[in-house]
Design a protein around this ligand. Structure first.
Ligand SMILES: NC(=O)c1ccc[n+]([C@@H]2O[C@H](COP(=O)([O-])OP(=O)(O)OC[C@H]3O[C@@H](n4cnc5c(N)ncnc54)[C@H](O)[C@@H]3O)[C@@H](O)[C@H]2O)c1
Ligand SMILES: O=c1ccn([C@@H]2O[C@H](COP(=O)(O)OP(=O)(O)O[C@H]3OC[C@@H](O)[C@H](O)[C@H]3O)[C@@H](O)[C@H]2O)c(=O)[nH]1
Length: 388
C-alpha cells in the first residue's frame, strides 16, 4: 500500500514528487512504474512509444493510483512536448534506448542515435531547467576486463584487480571500430561523460545507473508471439523461447562468457533508493548488479533447463544445448564482454543496498511467469498450419 509517511535513509519524511519517466513502457520501466504506483505517493509521467507492459497499471482508470500515473505516447526523437513534461517534473528518469545486442552490429546508426543523440535533449532540458536526472547507462561501458588480455594460464586472472569492475577506477576497454558491437557501449560512455560534464560545469544534479544484466518477467519478447518471428531478444528471452518450443538452447561461441544476473525486483529497490535519497545519489555513478549470481552462459542454459522442467512439469531434451558461432547468430561485427562482476562499494556506502535473490530463485519465479504467460500461445502457434 502507498504510504505518505515513508522515510529516507536519513530519517526524513519523503515528499511526493513528479517523475518524468522516459522509456516507462519497457522492461525496467514497467517494474519501476509498478513499484512507484504501489508503494509510494510519487506521480509518474510515463513516456514511451508503447504501453503494453504497463497497461495493467493504466486500465481500468479506477486503480487507487490512477491519478498518479499518466501515459504520454511520445517518440523523444521528434516531439516538442518532451521539454514541457521535463519542466513539469521534479525528476527525470531516462530509460529510453535501443539495448539489444543483436542490434548493435546490425543497426549501429540507430543504436548510436538512440543511445547518444536522442538522449542529448533530455540532458539539455534537465540542465537548463535545473531538474534532477537519473540516466540509465550500462555495465557494457566497462567493455572487456583487463584480465582477458592476460595469458590464459596466468594466475593474475584470479586476482580481482584484473576483473572486478569499479565505477571510479576501471578503464573502459572496447574492441576495434569494425567490431560494431561496441557502438552501444561507446554511445553510452559518451552520454555518461556529457552528463558528468554538465554536472561539473553547469551544476546538473545527476545519477548514472549501470545495470548488470537485470532479468525477470516482461523482459523483451518471445519471437513470433509478442515480437517479430525473426527478432533476437536478450539471452533470457532467447532461452525462454527455446524452452517453450522444446528446442535446444543456442550457446554463442560455446557459452563461455560470464555474466552476473540480478533479479529485477531487487534492482528496482536500488532505483527507488536513488529516487528517494537525492543527497546520497546525486553526482554518483552506481553499479547495480548481483556479484553472487555469476554464471557462464552455458551454466545459465543448464540451470534454466532444469528450472523450466520443474515449473512446467515437462521433461528436458536429451541434448538441451547446441553450439553456434557468433557470426552465424549475430552476424559480422559481433564481439563480447568476457566477464562482468560489479564492485559494490559505492552503492553499499551511499545507499546501503544489497541484492537478495539467488540465481535459482529468480529463474524459478521468472520461468513460472514465462510458462504461465506463453505456453498456450506457443502451442497454438506450433499447431497452426504454415501458409504455403
Ligand atoms: N535490462 C538490463 O539488464 C539493462 C542492462 C544495461 C543497461 N540497461 C539500460 O536500461 C535502460 C532500459 O532497459 P530495458 O531493459 O528496460 O529495455 P527496454 O527495451 O525494455 O526499454 C526501453 C524502452 O525505451 C523505449 N524507447 C526507446 N526509444 C524511444 C524513443 N525514441 N521515444 C520513446 N521511447 C523510446 C522503448 O519503446 C522501450 O519501451 C536502457 O537505457 C538500457 O540501455 C538495461
Ligand atoms: O540465444 C542466446 C542469446 C545470447 N547468448 C549469449 O548470452 C550472453 C548474454 O547476452 P544478452 O543478450 O543478455 O546481452 P549481454 O549481456 O551481452 O548485453 C546486455 O548487457 C547489458 C545491457 O546494456 C544490454 O541489455 C545488453 O547489451 C552473451 O554472451 C550472448 O552471446 C547466447 O549464448 N545465446
Amino acid at each position: 500500500m502507498a504510504s505518505a509517511a515513508r522515510l529516507d535513509l536519513d530519517g526524513n519524511a519523503i515528499k511526493p514528487m513528479t517523475i518524468c519517466m522516459i522509456g516507462a513502457g519497457g522492461f525496467i520501466g514497467s517494474h519501476l512504474c509498478e513499484k512507484l504506483t504501489a508503494e509510494t505517493m510519487h506521480k509518474v509521467l510515463a513516456v514511451d512509444v508503447y504501453n503494453d507492459k504497463i497497461r495493467h497499471l493504466l486500465e481500468p482508470a479506477t486503480h487507487s493510483w490512477s491519478d498518479r500515473i499518466q501515459f504520454h505516447r511520445i517518440n523523444i526523437k521528434h516531439d516538442s512536448r518532451l521539454e514541457g513534461l521535463i519542466k513539469m517534473a521534479d525528476l527525470t528518469v531516462n530509460l529510453a534506448a535501443i539495448c539489444t545486442p543483436a542490434d548493435y552490429n546490425t543497426r549501429p546508426l540507430d543504436t548510436i542515435y538512440s543511445n547518444f543523440i536522442d538522449a542529448l535533449p533530455v540532458v539539455k532540458y534537465c540542465s537548463e531547467n535545473n531538474k534532477r536526472l537519473i540516466h540509465f547507462s550500462t555495465c557494457e561501458v566497462y567493455g572487456k576486463t583487463i584480465g582477458s588480455f592476460l595469458p590464459k594460464d596466468s594466475p593474475l586472472r584470479q586476482d580481482p584487480a584484473y576483473y572486478l569492475l569499479k565505477e571510479d577506477a576501471s578503464p573502459c576497454i572496447f574492441g576495434s571500430i569494425e567490431k560494431q558491437r561496441w557502438s552501444y557501449a561507446c554511445a553510452k560512455q559518451l552520454i555518461e561523460r556529457l552528463i558528468y560534464a554538465e554536472g561539473a560545469e553547469n551544476g546538473l544534479e545527476f545519477t548514472i545507473v549501470r545495470p548488470f544484466n537485470w532479468i525477470g518477467p516482461r523482459m523483451d519478447f518471445i519471437p513470433g508471439i509478442d515480437g517479430p518471428s525473426e527478432g533476437v531478444p536478450r539471452v533470457l528471452a532467447c532461452f525462454s523461447n527455446n524452452l517453450l518450443r522444446h528446442e535446444p538452447l543456442k550457446l554463442v561461441d560455446g557459452g563461455q562468457s560470464q555474466r552476473t544476473f540480478v533479479y529485477i525486483k531487487d534492482a528496482i529497490e536500488a532505483v527507488l533508493l536513488m529516487i528517494d535519497n537525492p543527497g546520497r545519489a546525486n553526482g554518483h555513478i552506481f553499479n547495480v548488479g548481483n556479484p553472487n549470481n555469476e554464471a557462464t552462459v552455458k551454466q545459465l542454459a543448464e540451470m534454466m533447463t532444469e528450472v523450466y522442467a520443474k515449473v512446467s512439469g515437462e521433461p528436458s531434451l536429451e541434448v538441451p544445448t547446441v553450439d553456434v558461432s557468433s557470426k552465424e547468430f549475430y552476424g559480422e561485427g559481433y564481439d563480447d564482454s568476457d566477464k562482468r562482476i560489479p564492485d559494490m562499494t559505492i552503492i553499499n556506502k551511499q545507499l546501503g543496498w544489497n541484492p537478495k535473490t539467488s540465481l535459482w530463485d529468480l529463474l524459478e519465479s521468472t520461468l513460472t511467469y514465462q510458462h504461465r504467460t506463453y505456453a498456450e500461445a506457443i502451442k497454438e502457434a506450433i499447431a497452426k498450419p504454415v501458409a504455403s
